[in-house]
Design a protein around this ligand. Structure first.
Ligand code: XCC
Length: 670
């Protein structure tokens, strides 16, 4: 049995620690305690268990051993990995498909409560695909775009349309390597076909298709999800938000939305502000409805509406443990089955809404985009009716302010303003060495490591080293909970050159770019940096690294794969799903070497797994410096910059928060 950890070892978040103490006092299990009580299977965990047919499962434990069919450890590892990538890509892409169907319904006036909020983005995206825009209504353009996007899923031949948005050189490289995705569903199906008993058994050949499957996610399903969410709900711009369990309110009906798709959660947020619903809540004895989010649903409504995030992945159980949640409304992905059992200790209703996801014991109120607003109100009334059953509550008084909403459009605008929006200042700052490089720190929480520790340790150290950090997903919420996303608040902890840039432009040193499908925003930023000039002619030349220090989901592996194929060095923390036996000689470890050296030769990007955060930091900096040198840029010098701007920042620090934010970002802070 694994060793029990202290509360501080389970999470560095004080709100989480408080709730874990409460869970123990009440005798309730959580993912944290279950992780302590359930040791991971070393054979499966290292990718050496094959259960793809009825002759097995074949659990390989010795070098040279094979499965009953003769499959080697490397083949089994590659097959397991591509299946995970296909599942992760399928999850993101199915989300994208549903968004495309919603866009089609909105264009045809069949989706109650929705409208096209960002016509400029719609026109811009349509332009990429040569959809006519002149003298056409937004609905006509949206209808054509929806048809094109829906067709990407079932397309059998040719190339996925959004691939044209990658740098030209990268597109050519993909064509040469034969990995341009044909259709999203086709690549996922082929991944499953190839890994059926008796099919593709060359690990490198299997992993080549893993690249094509990953690209179908990043430059396909996920990109479609982000595009449509922006068109329907607005492209994010900086807004004031809050994060952590302290956002729950004792005197309000607390409704927590959890999962991924913004379609229903946006509608629930709108309905929660409907006077009829507020009256209904008041009649039930509450002051109103307090909305908050968990996981990527949180990110979607946080960056567009400023709705607070109750927390990241490992906070889903902790929110219920406060006893203050009337309803947790879930859609798809990252929803623990443990929620229903846990909720039975309180009055909390778990409400499932997706036709794809049911939990035994949960209330099911199915989402239908044609009557979304009506359903949203029905869900809220169900939550309000539940308020009278609330027992004693224990809400940790822990929360932090943050400023999310750094879409690539906003980053472009903030760098140059309305008349000269451009990535030039960012490229110049990297070229001069004020910014050493860029790190995207993304991904999940994992109860096998201390919650938020790896994320924030890596983030803090890279900031000190003048690395600009962009974040998405649960990693962004980790930084938010620890106060790293609040404008200038963290600037005293960042390197001098980076600080100078943040002060000059008025940005936080950590930019929250959205949910996990929004990692495609990072692809767009990297592409625009290439197109701006000065940092090479392809993504693999930019001094940038992607990290997922606390990854756990198959979606994270899909993201890693498309980032590598796009040219990025990607570092994953925690355990490696292809680690093999501890004493395996690395030369014989075909899969590990292929993901790193093999993919680097083919795509300029590589995927490596390492548990130690200091090693992650060191490898990140080495890579950034290597890319700087290859571009012929000046070596990074921490002494060179950072002597300007301090007076203005000191003045700003004196201002009340709302005024400070208005001065820095030019946005209303409420
Ligand atoms: Fe899930 Fe997107 Fe991971 Fe968080 S970061 S635990 S996948 S919610 Ni995507």
């Amino acid at each position: 049995m694994a060793q029990k950890r202290s509360y501080e070892e389970k999470s560095i978040d004080p709100a989480a620690q408080e709730m874990l103490i409460r869970a123990d006092e009440m005798g309730i299990s959580t993912a944290f305690s279950r992780a302590d009580n359930l040791a991971p299977c070393n054979i499966g965990g290292s990718g050496m268990c094959c259960k793809l047919c009825g002759m097995g499962p074949c659990r390989l434990t010795k070098e040279g051993q094979t499965g009953i069919c003769g499959a080697t450890i490397d083949t089994i590892q590659a097959r397991n990995l591509i299946r995970a990538i296909a599942a992760g890509g399928a999850a993101h892409s199915d989300h994208g498909r549903d968004m495309a169907f919603t866009l089609k319904a909105v264009a045809n006036g069949e989706a109650e409560g929705y409208r096209i909020r960002d016509v400029a983005k719609l026109r811009q995206i349509a332009g990429y695909y040569k959809i006519p825009i002149e003298k056409r209504s937004p609905e006509e353009i949206a209808n054509d775009l929806a048809d094109l996007y829906i067709a990407q899923f079932g397309q059998q031949r040719g190339e996925l349309a959004p691939v044209v948005r990658a740098p030209k050189k990268r597109q050519e490289l993909w064509r040469e390597r034969g990995v341009v995705p044909r259709g999203i569903d086709r690549e996922v199906v082929e991944a499953l076909h190839r890994t059926h008993i008796g099919d593709d058994q060359d690990p490198e050949h299997i992993l080549q298709h893993a690249v094509r499957t990953g690209l179908a996610d990043g430059w396909g399903g996920s990109m479609i999800a982000t595009d449509v969410a922006d068109i329907l709900f607005g492209t994010p711009a900086p807004i004031l938000g809050q994060a952590n369990l302290g956002v729950l309110k004792d005197d309000m009906v607390n409704v927590v939305v959890h999962g991924h798709e913004p379609t229903l959660s946006e509608m629930i947020v709108a309905a929660s502000q409907d006077p009829e619903i507020i009256e209904y809540a008041k009649a039930a004895g509450a002051k109103g409805v307090q909305m908050s989010g968990i996981c990527c649903t949180a990110n979607e409504i946080l960056m567009r509406q400023g709705i607070p995030a109750a927390g990241n992945f490992l906070h889903q159980e902790l929110a219920i443990l406060t006893g203050s949640v009337e309803a947790m409304v879930v859609d798809v992905q990252c929803i623990m089955q443990a929620l229903v059992d846990l909720a039975s200790n309180f009055h909390t209703k778990i409400i499932t809404t997706s036709p794809k996801v049911r939990l035994k014991g949960a209330t099911h109120i199915e989402f239908d985009e044609q009557k979304a607003y009506t359903i949203a109100k029905q869900i809220l009334r169900t939550a309000i009716d539940n308020y009278k059953y609330r027992g004693p509550t224990h809400i940790p008084q822990v929360k932090e302010d943050l400023i999310p909403g750094f879409s690539h459009e906003y980053i472009n605008y903030m760098l140059g303003g309305s008349y000269r929006a451009s990535f030039r200042p960012l490229n110049d700052a990297i070229m001069s060495g004020r910014i050493r490089g860029v790190a995207a720190i993304v991904g999940c929480n994992n109860p096998r490591s201390s919650q938020d520790y790896l994320h924030t340790k890596v983030t803090r150290e890279l900031l000190k080293q003048d690395v600009l950090v962009v974040e998405t997903g649960c990693g962004a919420i980790a930084s938010a909970k620890l106060g790293l996303l609040l404008g200038q608040a963290g600037l005293d902890q960042v390197g001098p050159g980076l600080r100078e840039v943040c002060e000059a432009i008025g940005i936080p040193p950590v930019l929250h770019m959205g949910s996990c499908v929004d990692n495609t925003r990072i692809l767009t930023v990297l592409t625009q940096m290439v197109e701006e000039g000065g940092l090479g002619d392809d993504i693999d030349q930019i001094p940038a690294v992607g990290l997922a220090p606390e990854w756990m989901s198959e979606k994270a592996l899909a993201i890693a794969t498309y980032c590598v194929a796009s040219g990025a060095y990607v570092i994953f923390g925690g355990s490696s799903p292809v680690s093999g036996m501890p004493d395996r000689v690395s030369d014989s470890d075909i899969v590990l070497r292929y993901l790193s050296e093999g993919w680097e030769k083919l795509y300029g990007g590589k995927l490596e797994f390492m548990a130690d955060p200091d090693e992650m930091i060191q490898k990140t900096l080495e890579h950034i410096d290597k890319k700087r040198a290859a571009l012929g840029l000046q070596p990074y010098d921490p002494e060179k910059f950072g002597k300007s701007g301090d007076t203005r920042m000191l003045e700003l620090e004196e201002l009340p928060l709302q005024e400070r934010i208005a001065a820095l970002y030019g946005v209303a802070a409420d």
